[in-house]
Design a protein around this ligand. Structure first.
Ligand SMILES: Nc1nc2c(c(=O)[nH]1)N[C@H]1C(S)=C(S)[C@@H](COP(=O)(O)O)O[C@H]1N2
Ligand SMILES: [Mo]
Length: 362
């Protein structure tokens, strides 16, 4: 047994957990959360189809649709544009799904379908400027090179590509076309040679293996825009099906983990991360008595736009043995807080209601 702490290296205890091989789905054991920047080997992977093998020498990014001049960019020409590096936390909209009762269909993620990286690439707005966007344009459709057949009905016939759209206003504001993650070229699983990063939005918008950007005046209603990755938003009491977008405010406990045995009569450092969508987290509170009372957690470091914030709370554990329930809750700068109970209209996504972590004090 090694006694020394191996920071950065991925030991067996913090290796990714498999949630499926075909397609490849891997989750970070959230209890191993340690670094503000998630090491690439620990960053979760979510795929709908087989990972495409792409040769960056022959690959092209096409910009077309409602533009003055459709353009094609090679990997080399893309790398000549001004580059930007931004931090961004990316969370799968289904993160935490295994906590839902009753059980639902979909990848059974625990808490680890989330990560925070530094992304390097070019701003979509710089690329759009070269093509010249039509005045009536409203959205950009991002198409990945991966494809396959959908198995569940309703479904389109034959093979389809993974594709999502983003409103033009958001796309122009901060959408990054990233070729590097934490200073390394993207790996095939994370979208080599190019992927979108949509700051503050759930992962489904961060299209990997980008091959086409279609500017459009009409709303896109593709499979992953209108059948999958949607939720019911009430409008005048009427449930209205809308595409998922911005991440919802959430705090997650890394340690203690579910069922952890915590020593009685000591000080235990409860810690984790919290994030909002496009807003920063301003408060994290912890309850160690099943939500009867709440304590403020200390926010660590500085607030970083679009990135999670680490927090901790020194828990004076009870002197007597027994089961305890810990709950964390976050509030963002817009005053949005986590819902106390599950919102059924969210279906199998946006799981940001208060989640209990049951531990044993001994
Ligand atoms: N082309 C393509 N892009 C994709 C996906 C995909 O299956 N195909 N999955 C999306 C989903 S649902 C998530 S959560 C993120 C995950 O990104 P990661 O695998 O790099 O963590 O990629 C998104 N981009
Ligand atoms: Mo996702």
């Amino acid at each position: 047994m090694m006694e020394t702490q191996t920071t950065g290296a991925v030991g067996p205890e913090n290796a990714l957990i498999s949630r499926g091989e075909q397609p490849l789905n891997l989750e970070m054991p959230f209890e191993s959360l340690q670094e503000f920047i998630t090491p690439n080997e620990q960053f979760y992977v979510r795929c709908h189809f087989p990972v495409p093998k792409i040769d960056s020498e022959t690959w092209l990014l096409r910009i077309e649709g409602a533009v003055r001049t459709p353009i094609e960019l090679t990997y080399a020409s893309l790398r000549e544009l001004p580059t930007h590096t931004i931090p961004a936390t990316v969370e799968c909209a289904g993160n935490g799904r295994s906590f839902l009762e009753p059980k639902v269909k979909g990848v059974a993620w625990g808490l680890g379908a989330v990560g925070n990286a530094h992304w390097t690439g070019v701003l979509l707005r710089d690329v759009l400027e070269r093509a010249g966007v039509d005045t009536d344009a409203r959205e950009v459709i991002l198409e990945g090179a991966d494809r396959g057949e959908i198995k569940e009905t309703p479904r389109p016939s034959g093979e389809i590509h993974y594709a999502r759209s983003v409103p033009l206003e958001k796309a122009r504001r901060d959408l990054l076309l990233a070729f590097a993650m934490n200073g390394e070229p993207l790996t095939p699983e994370h979208g080599f040679p190019l992927r979108a990063v949509v700051p503050g939005w759930f992962g489904m918008a961060a299209v990997k293996w980008l091959q086409r950007v279609i500017v459009t005046a009409k709303p896109f209603h593709g499979y992953y825009q209108s059948i999958d990755y949607t939720y019911w938003h009430r409008r005048g009491g009427l449930p209205n099906l809308v595409p998922l977008g911005e991440m919802q405010v959430k705090a997650q406990i890394a340690r203690p983990r579910t069922s952890e045995v915590v020593p009685a009569g000591t000080t235990y450092r409860v810690h984790g991360a919290a994030w909002g969508g496009e807003e920063e987290v301003v408060q994290v509170e912890i309850s160690v008595d099943g939500r009867r009372t709440w304590n403020s957690a200390a926010l660590r470091g500085e607030a970083v736009k679009n990135a999670w914030r680490f927090w901790e709370f020194q828990w004076q554990t009870p002197s007597e043995s027994g089961d305890r329930t810990l709950v964390a809750r976050a509030t963002d700068a817009a005053g949005r807080a986590q819902p106390p109970q599950r919102i059924a209209d969210y279906g199998t996504y946006m799981i940001n209601h208060l989640l209990p972590i049951h531990v044993q004090v001994r």
